[in-house]
Design a protein around this ligand. Structure first.
Ligand code: ATP
Length: 299
């Protein structure tokens, strides 16, 4: 548990790192009350959600972290309710920025980010962050038990719920094999987990939170192909019945997406399904051919 006596400037540093790495520590925002860049509009109401996943829409979005350097230019896309849209493109093209805007870490300078038709600036931040679950690239683990680290997704979750989430994220067997099972300590001063295992803990956390919208920021670090396939399967089951945005570094992850957006320098330069983009013979097709050629060479 974060001790309240940690100096606030130190929390500020952690906060900035978390925001940059897209970590899913919503509770920390409340605790720190440092989230000054966005604020609830007067009389903001919670997002009106029912038990169906909502549509997500970016409309003519322009965004800059620094007004002198525009990052996103007129970005338009829709993730239909319950579908998956994947974003690919070179490093720095603006993929993670889309995710940060959907979580409302920042407000757009022009255009709209909408959930269920509502501009997210008009509803409470708490309700947006409750509706959106992030599986980040690099999960922050606390120096605490595995149980605590998974239950962090849903404070007050029962042990049975934690186990069910761990099973769904296919990390249960691994946990059972550790010296003290769910009571094993992890993190810097405890058991070290591999990138794939950490990402599974993050999936379990998110499954426990059970948000209707999922952002999956695929790890850039190389996973072996068995681990990669396993994570993809877990992702597929986590995304079932949710509206999902996948930031993909490996194209194999995006093949089944409802739509793939290819970004370059903050613009969507191509869009379509995997088959459509391959047939178009443009940037995506050459990325696909290059990645496949690299895999053949690596084999
Ligand atoms: P990667 O694949 O490497 O994760 P990306 O496509 O996700 O890259 P973004 O992280 O969205 O790229 O960054 C888009 C641009 O915004 C980059 O030029 C980056 O330098 C810039 N940028 C990102 N975060 C900030 C920030 N907090 N302040 C200023 N500029 C930023």
């Amino acid at each position: 548990m974060i001790q309240l006596y940690i100096p606030l400037n130190f929390l500020g540093v952690i906060y900035r790192e978390i925001k940059q790495s897209l970590t899913d520590l919503n509770r920390m925002f409340t605790l720190m009350d440092q989230d000054r860049e966005v604020a609830d509009a007067p009389n903001a109401q919670p997002l009106p959600l029912n038990d169906q996943p909502p549509e997500v829409r970016f409309e003519n979005v322009q965004f800059a972290y620094d007004p002198a350097r525009p990052i996103l230019h007129d970005v338009n896309f829709t993730i239909p309710a319950g579908k998956t849209v994947a974003v690919v493109g070179p490093s720095g093209s603006g993929k993670s920025t889309l995710a940060r805007l959907l979580f409302r870490f920042y407000d757009v300078q022009a255009g709209h980010v909408r959930i269920a038709g509502q501009d997210i600036r008009d509803v409470t931040q708490t309700s947006v962050r409750r509706a959106v679950g992030i599986v980040p690239q690099d999960t922050v683990l606390f120096n605490d038990t595995v149980e605590y680290n998974i239950a962090y997704g849903q404070p007050g979750a029962s042990h049975d719920q934690v186990v069910a989430a761990a099973k769904a994220a296919r990390i249960h067997d691994f946990i059972q094999a550790t010296p003290q099972g769910y009571e094993t300590r992890v993190g810097e001063r405890g058991l070290k987990l591999s990138g794939g295992e950490k990402q599974r803990v993050a999936i379990a956390r998110t499954l426990l939170k059970n948000p209707p919208i999922l952002i999956f920021d695929e790890a850039t670090s190389a996973l072996d192909s068995a681990n990669e396939r396993a994570i993809q399967n877990e992702l597929r089951s986590a995304a079932q019945g949710k509206t999902s945005l996948v930031i993909a570094h490996r194209l194999s992850t995006v093949v089944e997406a409802h739509e793939i957006l290819v970004m370059d320098s903050g613009r969507i330069i191509e869009r379509g399904t995997h088959d459509e983009l391959l047939a178009a013979g443009g940037r995506y097709a050459s990325m696909w051919n290059m990645q496949n050629a690299a895999e053949v060479t690596d084999a």
